[in-house]
Design a protein around this ligand. Structure first.
Ligand code: NAP
Ligand code: GFB
Length: 311
């Protein structure tokens, strides 16, 4: 039986892979946390590879956050991610890993671009200024994987998800991505009978993928994918305002929804194409969870796990 090590196994995406792992009986899964091994340390990363000798690595571990965490912590977003990625990729080669699937993000594509964005456009210009530190660290991860592929023939490939949401997310009001942040805010507004405040204009557009759908897509790529990089997204795009109203509906919140333009909007949109995935999965396409369904499942999880979740 082959061992799959999932770095970042205790996060939003890691827990989604754990939730579906029982249906992949040919593999033994190991889900890592930073408390088990700090992958920003080369020594600890080597120790991890020596301990598990993985055949396959799904590399999710990263310093992650929403727009405001990215804008206010650029040094940490750059340095931690450069260190973690350098250690994992170089050790994957040193320990003869058969396949590495590393995770990028659609926010790393150029800001000035023709839409929809596709995989070939990755290095065609600077990313949006709000997350450039994180974006360049992720671009170097793609370059690093590509260098090992070209020089040694290693099967090191990348996937590029769009905005992800679901159970086990980070719901911290400052650091979270928009969807979990608004779920937390609406919960508090409902409890305390206050306005539900959405930051910015509410106009920007995003594509949101439910974590468990993404987990199934990543496992497909682990089993059958060989493309250097593949975007993993959903066709539909929603404004922040629309998402705010869907969340309010999930809480039966009927009071005032207000927008605070004193906060940044970030990138207006980063619309991506799913053509490569559609071709790759045409024999057995996956069905996506609707955003209404995904939000209500995430709200239900949040209410049940509020005490122990990241808030
Ligand atoms: P997350 O919920 O914040 O989880 C991050 C994971 O990385 C946790 O398991 C954490 O371990 C681990 N980690 C952080 N620093 C580490 C270190 N120094 N050493 C070892 N492990 C460390 O992140 P996520 O949202 O699941 O993101 C997973 C991947 O998807 C990331 O590569 C991210 O860039 C990418 N992505 C995310 C989104 C999104 O919307 N969330 C969108 C596109 C791409 P602890 O639990 O111990 O802290
Ligand atoms: O998910 P998010 O934080 O990041 O979404 P990005 C930001 C959008 O949501 C902006 C609006 O237009 C914000 O104005 N928004 C409204 C809020 N209220 C809130 C709130 O309370 N919290 C947050 N966070 N946003 C990220 C990148 O970009 O995309 C990351 O910075 C990562 O690196 C992630 O790649 C997937 O979608 O703008």
């Amino acid at each position: 039986m082959k061992t799959i090590v999932v770095t970042g196994g205790t996060g939003l995406v890691g827990n989604a892979i754990r939730a579906i792992s029982a249906s992949y009986a040919d593999y033994e899964f190991v889900f890592l946390s930073s408390k088990m091994f700090n992958l920003a340390s080369l020594e600890e990363t080597r120790k991890m590879f020596r301990t598990y000798k993985p055949a396959i690595v799904i590399h999710l571990a990263a310093c992650v956050g929403g727009l405001y965490k990215n804008m206010n912590n650029k040094v940490e977003m750059l340095e931690k991610n450069l260190l973690i990625n350098f250690n994992v990729v170089s050790c994957a080669h040193e320990f003869h890993v058969e396949k590495l699937v590393a995770c990028l993000s659609t926010c790393i594509f150029p800001d000035k671009v023709t839409y929809p964005i596709d995989e070939s456009m990755l290095h065609n210009g600077p990313p949006h200024v709000s997350n450039d530190a994180y974006a360049y660290a992720k671009r170097m991860l793609e370059v690093h994987c590509s260098a090992y592929r070209e020089q040694f023939g290693d099967r090191f490939i990348c996937v590029t998800p769009t905005n992800i949401y679901g159970p086990h997310d980070n719901f911290n009001l400052e650091d979270a991505h928009v969807l979990p942040a608004l779920i937390h805010k609406c919960h508090l507004a409902k409890q305390e009978g206050r306005d539900f405040v959405i930051r910015g204009s509410g106009k920007p557009l995003r594509q949101f993928i439910y974590s468990e759908d993404l987990a199934n897509m990543i496992m497909r790529v682990v089993e059958k994918g060989e493309d250097p990089n593949m975007i993993l997204s959903v066709p539909d795009e929603y404004s922040i305002k629309q998402v705010g109203h869907l969340i309010a509906a999930s809480f039966d919140y009927e009071d005032r929804i207000v927008f605070d333009p004193s906060f940044a909007d970030g990138q207006y949109k980063k619309t991506v194409s799913s053509d490569m995935w559609t071709t790759f999965s045409k024999e057995d396409p996956i069905s996506y969870t609707s955003i209404q369904n995904g939000i209500s499942q995430t709200v239900a999880w949040f209410k049940e796990h509020y005490a122990e979740s990241r808030v």
